[in-house]
Write a protein that binds this ligand. Sequence first.
Ligand code: HSE
Length: 309
Amino acid sequence: MQYIEVFAPGTVANLGCGFDVMGLTLDGVGDRMRIGVEPGADGLAISNRSGKELPARMEDNVITPAVMAMLEAYGRPVRVEITILEKIAPGSGIGSSAASSAAAVYGVNELLGRPFPGERLVEFAMMGEALIGGTPHADNVGPAVLGGVVLIRGYEPLDIVRLPVPDDFFYAVVHPDIVVSTKEAREVLPREIPLHDAVTQWGNVGGLVAGFALGDMALIGRSMHDVVAEPCRKGFIPGYDRLKGEVLSEGALAMNIAGSGPSIFALAADKAVSERIAERMQGHFARLGIGCKMYAGRVSNRGARIVES
Ligand code: HSE
């Protein structure tokens, strides 16, 4: 059996207006796992040494459907062994499940001699998202596999565009100690959108994409605005509107819910500002008696990769 160690980063999905179609990659937080393959043999084994609680049954782990979809497409017998060494806290809203399935399919593909291009790996990793959310979306697995800012132009067929990350682009993410399942957060969304809101939303998605393509931070900031999901989901997060006002007055380009929450992210053109914002977010939840984890760093261009063991 041949082994490698692989890392896949945490991600922020939606970026405000881009529900299910945009995401970006975080530096400094992610999943690390040891992966082994043995061509000619059969079976998948997953063990967890991360210290984080994961589903006891292998069928309930997002890695299983992602790797099984890949092996089925590969069409030849392979035994895969995965040991999870570090894990983003499940349910955090910064792409915990995506990081697991992205790292797994990336690592197996490397060990098999890269039979699949990056876009196919995203499709396999999406099977893990389908297991937990019911809908196979790619706005976390896309950036987790490919890195950078990602637009999913279409799902049928999958059409992914990587956008450049501005040089000085920093994030603050706070994960409050409250539970909001992706399933629950999707159920509160409207099934129909008034035309006026749709016009606002697609104007902003266009503005966001143009902002990244042009490296125009101010355009990115004012486009990261959401009239569809944020109004329905912010009620899950205590004091959301007040916090948003504070974070924007602290100099953030934008603040919104990270994916389906409960994490919140803000973006800034300055590292010191992103760190101040992370502390302000943490203070907000502390005042409400809610513990939280905070992360601050650079928006990254790098997706899943092999790391030194
Ligand atoms: N785009 C998804 C959502 C991300 O907002 O439901 C959840 O992981």
